[in-house]
Design a protein around this ligand. Sequence first.
Ligand SMILES: [Zn+2]
Length: 422
Amino acid sequence: MTDVFGDLVGQDEAVAMLRRAAASAAAQLRAPVTATAGGHDDLDALAEEYDGDPGPAPADPGAGMTHAWIFTGPPGSGRSVAARAFAAALECVHGTGCGSCPGCHTTLTGTHADVRLVVPEGLSIGVNEMRALVLRAASAPSGGRWQIVIIEDADRLTEAAGNALLKAIEEPPPRTVFLLCAPSTHPDDISVTIRSRCRVVPLWQPPPTAVAEVLVRRDGIAPDVAEWAAAAAQGHVGRARRLARDPEARQRRDAVLAVPRRLTGVGAAFDAASALIEAAEAEAAASVAEIDEAERTALQTALGAGGTGRGAAGAMRGAAGQLKDLEKRQKSRATRAQRDALDRALVDLAGFYRDAIVMALRAPVAPVHTDTASLAAAGAQKWDAEGSLRRLEAVLECRAAIEANVKPRIAVEAMMLALWRG
Ligand SMILES: [Zn+2]
């Protein structure tokens, strides 16, 4: 049985940093409360004990525990995996993240009473959600160790929510720890003031060999499938696992990689754009349908739908408002899921044109998509390195445009036309 850090693929430095911090946190919990309180009254006694040996060097301040952290790295590098592993190590009854005690186990399965995970479902995390969270995080940990708040995609905090969080980070309750995940520490992703209060844990994109290794070891996937999936997923561990296991994910990828071949004219370019958008919509709809339905049912039960007793009319008026709120949240989540699905498709497509560039340049680099390598080679011959680069840029521009809130269909149509024209 590996410990909680076993899933962090190719992140040795970050793991070492987190292990030191967990050990230091455990030492803090063990230390008697009075140890550092007040000054030393009996300096004389201390002076008498002093024998010229300066004692152990003061601990490296960077090695210890602190109450606010930011995990940064490209998508798939394991930001949230790292944050959860660290949370488990902090809640671990042995203080190490052993991976098998109740503290580790409940944290990793998401049922620990003192660990709260914020996963933004819409396009941003709002101020009310953040205030409620900060308030609850201020209470004493029920398990006697730490209150932990993990915020995935902290770059999606609204400004007001960021300010509410900043206040909590500036005056942290003694046993509360905030773990933020963001693509980078660029001011677009995380405010400078929040950044200045946090310790940064940088994560890197793991090499395909490391991703393949973990798929084989932990998920029992056959080595050849693991190697193919790790390369195709371009270092994204979760994506590699899905490709290796889920035939529908493989089909969607195949459809995306058929795009370059299909672009034979303007009409075909528009058709390809529609197909890509519709596939993303269908994938997103499937991913949120189940939870949408469960939420609606839960709310209707909570509101006592169909009640006829006294107060039912008043309750119905309130219910309409709550249903509207729920629908708004669900719509926002669906939009996010669509964008994420579309982004995955664009990353696959970018990998194809990247392969074409590499081949045109005869660079000694393995292709991302081994199964479309011959098609990329044909493209390399036809377009040369420059034409392949222009196409790659068109895909990247499309991603950037969607991120900047351009309507996905418009951005994708523009991209398809650029890919066709070259
Ligand atoms: Zn443990």
